[in-house]
Design a protein around this ligand. Structure first.
Ligand SMILES: Nc1ncnc2c1ncn2[C@@H]1O[C@H](COP(=O)(O)OP(=O)(O)OP(=O)(O)O)[C@@H](O)[C@H]1O
Ligand SMILES: [Mg+2]
Length: 248
């Protein structure tokens, strides 16, 4: 099982949109688990489910198994572990290795080819627990000045946390989102990101597409919608590129 974390401390940078479409696209050919680790529960909505008041992903910190949170989604091959809506991370700020332990005890690698984790825009024990099991981190970024600064901060946070948990840093990829090639600032900032972090770390960008906003209302991810959209095309390309990267 390959575990991919979608993370950026910067809010509103298309983490949930990316998690939902990546998980759905991968589930066309593979068995996928999507863990919604953000109490907002947006990824849960995105795949036809909802955040819950008991037996959610965060319930593992209260002694539950992860499997008891599993629910069906819009895809047969895609399982969601929905967010626990009122989970208070500060009550559990010291807990380390909980998710890792659940993966092992419940032998999740026997059931899933991929695990995608959607995280909240925070630097906390949930991110630490996620990093402990991740082989890869995707950082979605809007190509604004603060977005570029945010990517640098994320890199440092990932290396810092990996060091503190005694784990090799995961493979990191940057996904430009809401990218408009006609906006000079976007083009310039994308160049800055390429220069600072290396071209090989950057995925093909996701353009602006209102269908990516609407999909949370219909609860049908664009990558499986009958309507042909730019958003679906972009997210399919990104998913293929990521699959290729993981093979290397
Ligand atoms: N490429 C896009 N084009 C247009 N709208 C988009 C695109 N990507 C995301 N959005 C919209 O932008 C908003 C923020 O996206 P999303 O919720 O995925 O970000 P997030 O990083 O998960 O946010 P948070 O930090 O709150 O968890 C949502 O309304 C989403 O529908
Ligand atoms: Mg989100």
């Amino acid at each position: 099982m390959i575990t991919i974390l979608i993370s950026n401390r910067k809010g509103g940078s298309a983490k949930s949109t990316t998690a939902v479409n990546l998980a759905t696209q991968l589930s066309k050919e593979s068995s996928v688990l999507l863990i919604d680790f953000d109490t907002q529960g947006h990824a849960s909505f995105g795949v036809g489910s909802f955040p819950v008041e008991e037996s959610g992903s965060h319930s593992i910190f209260e002694g539950s198994t992860l499997s008891e949170s599993f629910r069906p989604t819009v895809m047969d091959n895609l399982t969601i572990s929905p967010a626990l809506e009122f989970f208070d991370v500060y009550e559990y700020s010291e807990l380390q290795g909980v998710l890792k332990n659940r993966f092992k005890k419940e032998q999740l690698k026997e059931f899933f080819d991929f695990c995608i984790i959607d995280t909240a825009p925070t630097y906390d024990t949930l991110l630490k627990n996620s990093l402990e099991v991740a082989q890869c981190v995707v950082i979605p970024v809007i190509p604004h000045h603060l977005g570029v600064i945010g990517v640098g901060q994320m890199f440092r946070a990932i290396y810092q946390m990996s060091l503190s948990i005694g784990k090799k840093a995961p493979l990191i990829g940057i996904l430009p989102v809401m990218y408009n090639p006609h906006i000079k600032e976007h083009k310039e900032n994308l160049e800055k990101i390429k220069k600072a972090f290396g071209k090989d770390k950057i995925f093909s960008p996701i353009g602006v597409d209102i269908n990516l906003t609407k999909q949370f209302e219909t609860q049908i991810p664009v990558v499986i919608s009958e309507k042909r959209t730019k958003g679906a095309e972009n997210y399919k390309k990104f998913s293929d590129e990521l699959r290729e990267k993981l093979k290397r």
